[in-house]
Design a protein around this ligand. Structure first.
Ligand code: ADP
Ligand code: ZN
Ligand code: MG
Length: 485
């Protein structure tokens, strides 16, 4: 059966909606706040009352220009809005303001690994309200807070060839919108939404197959699962002599299966026409330049820089640059340590720091250990003043103190708790002599050739020194002392 699947090549294109982080809505001054009580962030403009007029939020344009620039799009100097007409209870105006034949950004491209994915277009539009069907058994409710919240739609070319590429593309897009500070990237809260288009064709075929569009995908995992299911379904259908029909599907996450929603024949005719109440959006060269020069360092550039500047493996660079804040934290740690310790710092941030962030579900900005104090901890390890094990103990103590508390200073903790690593050979040798004297039988067996008992002695010496003895010195001195007697 495997060979049947490998005869085909999947073709995938994604349409991603990103809800922008503007404070107010696209065409009125209502707040875009997420958790407001139902129907409180509304006004005659976003409810489409007769006689009201929309006014474009400049930040919406500013934000889309950032993404358009970061994805190498061509930016249209003059673009217009269009009305997309349809009837639905959560759309009081009876139309959505969107862009149709003159989107502001077109012909972009992004890289995922070695592969380039084309961006067909990125355009501006407004969100609709929300119908709520599960709060009452005999009626549906509607919350119009979301009406008019600004969205951008990012349409990719059909350039992806498997679910992993789609997953990676989404991951990259999410990271990008977060870096650009235009969307919080939260798929569960609906700030990022994805519709996946997929078709299959025989390998080597030039023409694309008929595509299906899967909606209702609320996590990256679901996108990948839905694509895998749909690819298999289409191949099996064709293999059985059937034909894929152009359909819209929904994804049932529990059964990991796609279900037909409507076929395209029943599809809407949106009767697009130019929005008469809004003026042309004009983006001059200066605005484009200003946006370009204010862009932050983009993720792929940062990754490359981390690899060269901090001599880190690619994996580390990717993890540490997940967010700008995390990357900044790491760089701030590195400012006060030696070059030789960059990798140790990376291990600590990727390991202990990120473990705590994940456990507490907090971001690095809410993390209580300052980069300065983490740097001091790394320095203590690098200077051989404490072992890794003791460092973990110190770290636990640091975690228990509030940010800014002098008690969080690792040097102070080491001094107060008397945790300095013992490198003094005299002191260590004293302990060793005592341990050997206390365990004559084991020492005898060691000398008789049972050298694996060395570990036992190391353990006892470390314990006696409360973990503070320098392990390397202990090893050397033990071998010497056990051999001597
Ligand atoms: P529609 O007219 O159905 O909206 P579009 O041509 O506008 O289709 O494309 C919508 C999305 O579907 C885009 O992301 C595009 O890359 C993708 N797409 C188009 N044709 C195919 C195909 N044959 N297989 C997979 N994806 C496709
Ligand atoms: Zn409003
Ligand atoms: Mg289309």
């Amino acid at each position: 059966m495997d060979s049947v699947y490998s005869k085909y090549e999947p073709v995938i294109g994604l349409e991603v909606h990103a809800q922008l982080k503007t404070k107010s809505k696209a065409f009125c001054s209502c707040s875009t706040e997420f958790n407001a009580p139902p129907n409180t962030n509304i006004c005659p403009v976003c409810l489409g009352h007769p006689g009201t007029l929309p006014v474009l939020n400049k930040n919406l344009v500013e934000f889309i220009l950032r993404l358009g620039t970061a994805t190498n799009c061509r930016i249209r100097e003059r673009s217009i809005f269009a009305r997309k007409n349809y009837f639905y209870p959560d759309l009081p105006k009876g139309y959505q303001v969107s862009q149709f034949d003159q989107p502001i950004c077109e012909h972009g491209k992004v890289a995922i690994g070695d592969k380039t994915i084309g961006i067909t277009r990125i355009h501006m539009e407004e969100d609709a309200g929300k119908s709520i069907h599960d709060m009452s058994t005999d009626e549906s409710l509607v919350d119009l807070n979301r009406c008019g919240v600004p969205l951008i739609e990012i349409v990719s070319e059909p350039d992806m060839r498997n679910s992993k590429e789609a997953y990676d593309y989404l991951t990259m897009l999410k990271q990008l919108v977060i870096y650009l500070d235009i969307c919080d990237g939260n798929m569960e809260e609906g700030s990022l939404r994805c519709d996946a288009n997929v078709s299959v064709r025989l390998k080597g075929a030039e023409k694309f197959g008929t595509k299906c569009e899967v909606k209702n995908l609320n996590s990256f995992r679901n996108v990948a699962d839905a694509l895998d299911y749909e690819i298999k379904r289409q191949i099996e259908l064709i293999e059985q002599g059937g034909e894929v029909i152009h359909q819209t599907m929904t994804f049932d996450a529990r059964n990991k299966a796609t279900i037909p929603m409507r076929s395209k024949e029943e599809a809407h005719d949106y009767r697009y026409f130019p929005e008469p109440d809004l003026v042309t959006v004009y983006v001059d060269e200066k605005w484009k330049k200003d946006v370009a020069s204010a862009l932050p360092e983009l993720p792929h550039i940062k990754i490359a820089r981390f690899i060269t500047e901090y001599q880190l493996p690619e994996y580390d660079a990717e993890v540490l640059t997940q967010s700008r804040e995390l990357a900044d934290y790491f760089e701030s740690v590195c400012k006060s340590i030696d070059k030789q310790s960059y990798k140790t710092a990376s291990n600590w941030v990727m390991g202990e720091v990120m473990r705590v962030l994940n456990e507490k579900k907090i971001s690095i900005s809410e993390f209580n250990i300052s980069s300065q104090n983490l740097a001091s901890l790394v320095k203590l390890i690098a200077d051989g003043k404490i072992s890794n094990n003791i460092a973990k103990e110190v770290y636990t103590e640091m975690l228990s103190k509030a940010k800014g508390d002098v008690g969080q200073n690792p040097e102070r903790i080491v001094t107060d708790k008397n945790l300095l690593q013992v490198t003094d050979t005299g002191e260590i040798e004293g302990i060793i002599k005592k341990i050997i004297a206390d365990n004559p039988k084991e020492a005898e067996r060691y000398r008789a050739g049972e050298t694996k008992l060395l570990g036992l002695f190391v353990g006892k010496v470390m314990k006696e020194s409360k973990g503070k003895a320098n392990p390397k010195t202990v090893n050397e001195l033990l071998t010497k002392n056990l051999g001597n007697n």
